[in-house]
Design a binder for this molecule. Structure first.
Ligand code: FES
Length: 217
């Protein structure tokens, strides 16, 4: 079940939005993480706080198989241990210097991460493929109201009046925002992709209008 609880898989990004050597902020439950992909292609989610002086690691950079902090250049392995302290090039960093890491799984073009130990594998897309992601300035409840249907236990929602073959995968971002991954049928052609994008834009506007009305009520 995808929810704001430890141990649940959260769809943090589309694989296509995380190329090799990239790092980006992402949200898992109530945590902000640095999501990064190494040169060899492995995705890792690290706590977004450098153990040295607290700089956000999502502002850092990836070299080879390590994530480095932008401030003083301490670098961290995929397992979390500190590999290098540039100000002390002859020093092997103590084992105690580590950044917290989270479970990550990648399948069907989606990167999933979890705080805690997930019970099983992330949900499959079952015939759908990712199209794009969009951040909506509305909580999930407003998106459900705009769509005329609720999301299921895994976070999937099929809008009632949208073209068939469109499905949304929702991820709560906190602060009244939702990350929406737009999924379409694997065999969808260009016209279906355009129709899906238009339907999602219309849904985004309705949800944000409902959110604004709700805030002003
Ligand atoms: S704050 Fe990250 S290396 Fe200093």
């Amino acid at each position: 079940m995808q929810s704001d609880t430890a141990g649940s898989w959260v769809p943090v990004a589309l694989s296509s939005d995380l190329p090799a050597l990239a790092v980006m902020p992402a949200r898992i439950a109530s945590e902000t993480v640095a999501l990064w992909r190494s040169a060899s292609g492995r995705a890792t989610a690290s706590a977004d706080r450098c153990p040295h002086r607290g700089m956000r690691l999502s502002h850092g950079f990836v070299r080879g198989e390590a994530l480095s902090c932008i401030y003083h250049g301490w670098s961290y392995a995929q397992g979390g241990q500190c590999l290098k302290i540039p100000a002390h090039p002859g020093l092997t960093p103590p084992e105690t210097i580590r950044v917290v890491t989270y479970a990550v799984a990648e399948q069907d073009g989606v990167v999933w991460a979890a705080a805690g130990a997930p019970a099983g594998e992330p949900p499959r897309l079952n015939g759908f493929a990712p199209l794009r992601s969009v951040t909506v300035d509305a909580a999930i409840g407003f998106i459900e109201a705009a769509a005329g249907v609720g999301m299921n236990a895994d976070g999937f929602l099929s809008p009632a009046d949208a073209p068939s073959g469109l499905c949304l995968l929702l991820s709560d971002q906190g602060a009244g925002q939702t990350l929406v991954h737009v999924l379409i049928g694997q065999d969808a052609g260009p016209s279906a992709r355009i129709a899906a994008s238009r339907a999602v834009e219309a849904l985004r506007r309705r949800a944000e209008a409902l959110s604004t009305e709700g805030a002003g009520a």
